[in-house]
Design a protein around this ligand. Sequence first.
Ligand code: GDP
Length: 296
Amino acid sequence: MFDSLSDRLSATFDRLRGRGALAETDVREAMREVRIALLEADVALPVVRAFVDKATEAAVGQNVLKSVTPGQQVVKIVHDALIEMLGSEASDLMLDVTPPAIIMMVGLQGSGKTTTTAKIAKRLKERGAKKVLMASLDVNRPAAQEQLAVLGGQTDVQTLPIVAGQTPVEIARRALQAAKLQGYDVLMLDTAGRLHVDQGLMDEMKAVADIASPTEILLVVDALTGQDAVNVAKSFTDQVPLTGVVLTRMDGDARAGAALSMRAVTGRPIKFIGTGEKLDGLEQFHPERVAGRILG
Ligand code: GDP
């Protein structure tokens, strides 16, 4: 049977029982378990290295507490270091601006962007009775705008009427005007995805961001794609001022490692996780739950 990381760490360190302090050689030895577990969880190698160094530094020289076993003590140190790396606290949307607050959704095609747009709109409506307008700027994928309208119908959230032949920037302008004139609290802009990161996509996003000055720019990435998701996040971070990340498909057997790398690579908080195809499958991201999942 596959032991969890906390079991393996406990076993390694409990051999050290009875010694006064955690010695560097022992800690380094045990951190190999952490390293392997993180690589198995699909955490990017540079992130693993940085993490192991940090956790080692925190553990070496610590006096072994009387109340817990050395194993438990190290599990706690690793747990705390994981949480610190994941971003310490759950962070919510920052929508405290003169309305309308604008949330721009970006990401590759198939990442779950449109579904997540509707999930967030539904959540905002339910939580604060906010008046939310959604607009799809995706003029590339056939029926993308209709897909958002259908989701709007299911969640009772208004969508911007579709006008054929407009460019994304023109739709964004029209959406902004409608949101202002009609007194919406929040405007959600669902931008077009692509199969891969390309310059056309980045230019389009920048043009939309320029005219919309979004309050939040959320990157939606598919957690199941692991390291690829992290590489995608890196490309986006370099080009647009992201304010947060949404990791979708965390309901599957997505290895939690993507979450750990994501925070380290983008420097942006993970705000939500997608936990299902249904429109209530959205949860605020809780670092301690993911740390628990990695430790097992
Ligand atoms: P987009 O191309 O990025 O707009 O992607 P869509 O929103 O159309 O989503 C693509 C597929 O992923 C759809 O079948 C969604 O139902 C599904 N999906 C989105 N988010 C999640 C999630 O968190 N969990 C699961 N299991 N499926 C999801």
